[in-house]
Design a protein around this ligand. Structure first.
Ligand code: HPA
Length: 234
């Protein structure tokens, strides 16, 4: 039991898939895992451990933003046996170079966040994915014929803002899209020498205001879920 996760020691698998939304974690567990057991529901952040293709996997919730994923990923890495975390989430594209539903494997995450600096003394504002999971995801996508793009993304603390322009850090580091968590996940994994990757589905195109509809969301995210699960068991 950690402060924010009530699973017992041994109840969390070595590989954890983290969705922002607890109900998405529940959906994945119920749809894809066999013998899924709810191992934590503190704050309604559901964590399920079950088996996929014969391997034990945990699927859980990170919440939104660097502070939240910072807490969950740290506890999973240090108080349980997790050595690999794959975040699966959505992102907003900064330009029409990306299309709705495009899948991204995050190469580096850039952020204005002070999380890495004040948590771990990591001064960089752009951090790469950690370990070999990124490569495994690329190989898995190629094997499954799932189109996947590798690029940098912006991990922002801000969802709503007055200025519609692409933020300076995103322009300077060639980030094609924005989400809110990868930077803190990569910072924790770097500090702890663990594996971390982030797969994203483009859910909106910021300049044109196109969005996947609420109805489409569940179905739209299936390729990302399948890719993450297949990569997790490699
Ligand atoms: N901003 C931040 N996070 C997001 C967005 C966005 O526009 N879309 C999906 N996740």
């Amino acid at each position: 039991m950690s402060i924010h996760i009530s699973a017992k020691p041994g109840d969390i698998a070595k590989t954890v898939l983290l969705a922002g939304d607890p109900l998405r974690a529940k959906y994945i567990a119920e749809k894809y895992l066999s013998d899924a057991v709810l191992v934590s529901q503190t704050r309604n952040a559901y964590y399920y451990t079950g088996s996929y293709a014969g391997k034990t996997i945990t699927v859980g919730a990170s919440g939104m933003g660097c502070p939240s994923i910072g807490i969950y990923s740290y506890e999973l890495f240090t108080e349980y046996e997790a050595d690999t975390i794959i975040r699966i989430g959505t992102c907003g594209a900064y330009s029409t170079e990306l299309k709705l539903l495009d899948l991204i494997n995050t190469d580096q995450a850039a952020s204005e966040s002070t999380f890495a600096k004040y948590a771990w003394g990591i001064e960089e504002h752009i951090l790469p994915h950690q370990g070999k999971t990124f490569d495994t995801i690329n190989d898995t996508a190629a094997m499954l014929n799932i189109p996947l793009r590798q690029c940098n993304i912006h991990s922002s603390d801000i969802f709503y803002r007055k200025d519609p322009e692409k933020p300076a850090i995103a322009a300077a580091t060639n980030c094609l899209a924005v989400e809110m968590e990868a930077f803190a996940l990569f910072a924790n994994a770097k500090h702890l020498n663990k594996n971390a990757a982030t797969i994203l589905t483009v859910s909106d195109i910021i300049p044109t205001h196109e969005k996947i509809s609420a109805d489409d969301r569940e179905r739209a995210l299936l390729p990302m879920m399948q890719l993450a699960l297949e990569a997790a068991v490699k």
